[in-house]
Design a protein around this ligand. Structure first.
Ligand SMILES: *Cc1c(COP(=O)(O)O)cnc(C)c1O
Length: 384
């Protein structure tokens, strides 16, 4: 095909690969841990040992690279392994900037092990470019980390503006694009240097694989440091997980668009319910960064939203207790819809309001999802 294939085509055919020896349309599960050396002592296959490189990763990494418009991708054992790799590639004394409210697991790692290893991290309001500029430490800031839309308030950060600030300071912009997926946002096209996905979530989409990816705009010296972090640290993706992930990705565009449409439908209706104090969703005109989201996200605003329930923490927990169709569980991006009282799982020190319920919209009927939430909210109202 001459024209650039759409994400739909790239995903449905997993880049159109055919297994060369059998002509199979689906790749085998490559479980080999070691590869034969040539008689003259060379490794012409380019592969020696699985922790360095495995054919199991080729298609997943190739597909994510194409979807993101990047130069190369590394698959990791988890989203956290992918997210921590750029920080582990920094040097003691280096400084990074991250959002005030962000994916809790990474924030905990940044304020714990990363700081102990000598990486200074400031958490600032990334919606305000002036605050980001003020947080830059000239000569020391190496990385600006943006997660957009961000957990669990679904703030949207202007990646073009952040890239400009980061690059002017000689720093890189890395984006946790888990919630947006490459279907809705391509950060590299907006100036980002690195794009990370918790592939556990939308990329796989079926709540049965732990995986992460990191994509680079360029394969430069810093990327080589990240490759060394994966190879040396060994947080590589297993063969079965890689196979399942590729299978999940074949339907990624359909799933993301469906979830986005349902989330918008739910957000618009929930905003009108008397028991709901606020709906946090970038697709709503009431969202503070709606204009940025409209510019930056194409084809939808994602399947993630949060609601703040009137009556505070007790009312929110009671609402989650009364759903019948939604599943009470953490995580996101799967085919089944999940509801979670976020402050409970984050625990002490969480900046998340107690009245907040995080919703991951799956592929069930949107009307049924709304009706279930509505009866749960009404039940709480009746009890209060
Ligand atoms: C889940 C998640 C991660 C971590 O991914 P794991 O696969 O659980 O390690 C990072 N960022 C975001 C936005 C996530 O939702």
């Amino acid at each position: 095909m001459k024209n650039n294939p759409s994400p739909d085509t790239l995903c449905a055919q997993a880049l159109g690969w055919i297994e060369p020896t059998t002509k199979a349309l689906v790749p085998p599960v490559h479980v080999a841990t070691t590869f034969e050396r040539d008689p003259d002592n060379e490794y012409r296959s380019g592969r020696s040992y699985i922790r360095n490189d495995s054919p199991a990763w080729d298609q997943v990494e190739g597909l994510v690279t194409r979807l993101e418009g990047g130069a190369a991708t590394l698959a990791f054992a988890s989203g956290m392994a992918a997210a921590t790799a750029p920080f582990l590639a920094l040097k003691p004394g280096d400084h990074a900037i991250a959002p005030e409210v962000m994916y809790w697991g990474l924030r905990k790692w940044l304020v714990g092990p990363a700081r102990e290893w000598g990486i200074a991290v400031d958490f600032v309001d990334l919606t305000d470019p002036a605050q980001v500029r003020a947080a830059i430490r000239p000569g020391r800031t190496r990385l600006v980390w943006a997660e957009t839309p961000s957990n669990p308030l679904w703030q949207v950060f202007d990646l073009g503006a952040l890239a400009e600030i980061a690059h002017a300071a000689g720093a890189l912009l890395a984006v946790d694009s888990t919630a947006a997926t490459p279907i809705l946002t391509q950060p590299i096209g907006l100036g980002a240097d690195l794009v990370m996905h918790a592939a556990t979530k939308y990329l796989n989409g079926h709540s049965d694989v732990l995986a992460g990816t990191l994509t680079a705009a360029r394969t430069d010296a810093f990327w080589e440091r990240i490759v060394a972090v994966r190879t040396g640290g060994g947080a590589v993706l297993g063969a079965f997980e890689a196979w399942l992930l590729l299978r999940g990705m074949r339907t990624l565009p359909m799933r993301v668009r469906h979830a986005s449409a349902s989330a918008l439908f739910l957000a618009a209706h929930l905003e009108r319910l008397p028991q709901v104090a606020a709906v946090l969703y970038p697709g709503l005109a009431s969202h503070p960064q709606h204009a940025v989201a409209k510019r930056q996200m194409r084809g939808g605003f994602g399947g993630m939203l949060s609601i703040r329930v009137k009556g505070g923490e007790a009312a929110a927990i009671a609402c989650a207790a009364q759903v019948k169709l939604w599943k009470r569980a953490t995580s996101l991006g799967g085919v089944e819809s999940l509801i979670e009282h976020r402050a409970s799982i984050e625990g002490a020190g969480s900046p998340v309001p107690g009245d907040l319920l995080r919703l991951s919209v799956g592929l069930e009927g949107a009307e049924e999802l709304l009706a279930d939430l509505q009866q749960a909210l009404e039940g709480v109202g009746a009890e209060a």
